[in-house]
Structures are given as C-alpha cells and as structure tokens.
Design a protein around this ligand. Structure first.
Ligand code: CO
Ligand code: ZN
Length: 331
C-alpha cells in the first residue's frame, strides 16, 4: 500500500503529470527495455517483443482547479480542471505545486448553497491583499484537492485514486509478468480528465493493434445511488461500455477467458456517464481492438475515493494475464 499512498498523494492535476514521472520511472525501469516521455506529457514504458503491438494505459493526471483571477482582498477565483462539482469542492482543502494550501468557500447568494457555479466559489489562502496572495499564487497556477490516504477494513480511501489506482495496477502487473510475446507499451497518459488527450497522441504514435485502458469505475452499492451491477470487493471489472466506447468483443471475451483460466474474480461494467482513454485509442488511426479493466470505486471525483484491496489484486492479475497473452490468436 505504500506505493499506492505515494502515487495518490503526489501532485499531478491535468497538464502537470510530469510531476509523477520520476516515481513511475523508478518503479518500472528494471522491468522494461526503455522508458521515455513525449511532448503531450505521456510516460511510455516499452517492453520489446516480436509479436503484436499492444498498448496498456492508465492516466497519470487527476482532477483539480486553475486560478482565473485574484481579487483585491487576496481571495482566489478559479475554474475546474476536469469533471468535479461545486458541491464536492466546498470546504475542501487545495494545495498548489509550491505547497501553498487554501480552503474553498463560496459567496452566499439567493438560494444559499444551491445551484452554485464555480464563479461563486473562491479559495482562501490566508492572504490579506492581492499583493500578498500574488507572492504565493499566480493566474494560471493549478492546485490539487487534499485527501489523506487511509485504510478502513479491506478498503482504502484517498484523493486521486482516479487514476493512480490504475497506475498502481499497471506497475504491479509489470512486476508480476513473466514471458511476454507481445511488443508491449505501458503508457501513463496525460490530460485524460480534460478530454482523453494524451492517449490519443500516444495511440497515434504507437499504432497498437490491441489496447487496454485501466481506470476507475462507479459502483451501484451505496444508499440511493444509480443502478449499476458493479460492487466494491467483488473483483476486477471487465468494461463493456462507457460513454466513450463499446468495447471490442474480442477483448471482452479474451478477458473473460483469462479470468476463468486463472481463477480471477470479475464483474462486468456498463458505465453510462463517463469516458476513458479506451475510447480515444479505439478510434485513433484505423483503430485497435480495445477494452478496459476497471477498478470499482466509490465517491469518484471527490477527495475521498474508495477502492478495495481484493479488487486491486484481481485487477493486477487480470492486466498481467492480458499483457502476457500471445495476441496472435485474438481477432
Ligand atoms: Co476521472
Ligand atoms: Zn479516470
């Protein structure tokens, strides 16, 4: 859990993913032939092979905020980076790259805290004037939400499980893998939260024939939540659909076969709201047979995203099995 703690707690809103590259590189470099980054901010770990080109990815970025303006009293006005709500932002703490911490609050308008827009919210960093605030924070600076890493029973809570849990699954799968007949690219993508941007460029460059995106997915097991078959603690999710993709049947079937063969517990994910890198890779160039392995996660896009240790273990085993499977027979 120490590696997952380190990955989740590190700074890395969309556009600032390179802040994670040293940590990831140190973990994977002994297991691959080369590690390099591109101008989009992707980090690519390449395990050379003579077989089919396979791309596996998880996004390194997390949701956050960006400073729009600073007022005369030193309060910071901001916009969201990625899909977060005003409701989940209020009274949370944010931290900038230089360590400056602030609290998010809001201007009281008619209707109280209902129907708030990001323009109604502000960050208080304890400055008493614009000049004082500008010593610490500038327009265009980004911040992440703070959310400590904690374990509760078999579950783990932290900010940025989306998608550092996916990054963690890939790192551990790489370590677990034995022989790999494929030409394998493990890509830690950039700017997923703002439109699947890094994965698109990486897929264009690599031009994989097979692809798998590892990300978090919602669950349908909390009071009053929307209907969904996924449960926390019930194993790895084989993605069938999200708003960016209908997964290739060949990949869904392969993942099912592998889970039966290895005794990996799986469930099937139909996610109505929310896309993943899978959608970007699927539709780049002439396309790739694409699927997804997802980590069941409660309270996504809040500073308290919750995952389960058993699910993580099953995801790691499934991603490793996929990566070392000879793709020659998958059509
Ligand atoms: Co997300
Ligand atoms: Zn994600």
């Amino acid at each position: 859990m120490e590696l997952l703690r380190k990955l989740t707690q590190n700074f890395g809103p969309s556009g600032c993913e390179t802040a994670l590259h040293d940590i990831i590189k140190a973990e994977v470099e002994n297991y691959v032939d080369e590690v390099y980054s591109d101008v989009l901010g992707n980090l690519i770990a390449h395990k050379k092979g003579n077989g089919k080109k396979v791309m596996v990815c998880a996004h390194a970025d997390e949701i956050g905020i960006m400073v729009k303006s600073i007022d005369d009293k030193g309060y910071i006005h901001f916009t969201n980076i990625g899909g977060l709500g005003t409701f989940t932002s209020i009274y949370q703490r944010v931290q900038f790259a230089n360590g400056t911490v602030g609290v998010v609050s809001y201007e009281v308008k008619d209707g109280g805290a209902k129907n708030l827009k990001f323009d109604d919210l502000y960050i208080d960093i304890g400055a008493s004037s614009k000049e004082e605030a500008e010593k610490l924070v500038s327009v265009g600076d980004q911040a992440m939400f703070l959310g400590d890493f904690a374990e509760t029973g078999e579950n783990v809570i932290s900010k940025a499980m989306d998608d550092r849990a996916g990054v963690y699954v890939m790192i551990e799968a790489l370590k677990m893998m034995k022989d790999c007949p494929n030409d394998l690219y493990y890509v830690f993508t950039s700017q997923e939260e703002v439109g699947l941007r890094g994965a698109k460029g990486a897929a264009f460059d690599i031009a994989p024939e097979y692809a798998l995106a590892i990300d978090v997915t919602d669950t349908g097991d909390t009071p009053g939540c929307s209907r969904m078959a996924v449960k926390l603690g019930d194993g790895a999710c084989i993605k069938v659909l999200d708003s960016s993709i209908i997964c290739s049947k060949a990949i869904r079937d392969l993942l099912t076969d592998l889970s039966e063969e290895k005794g990996i517990k799986v469930q099937y994910e139909v996610l109505k709201a929310g896309g993943t890198d899978a959608g970007a890779i699927f539709a780049t160039k002439s396309g790739a047979l694409t699927g997804g392995v997802s980590i069941p996660t409660r309270y996504i896009h809040t500073p308290s995203e919750m995952v389960n240790k058993f699910d993580l273990k099953e995801c790691i085993r499934l991603v490793a099995a996929f990566s070392e499977h000879n793709m020659e027979d998958v059509k």
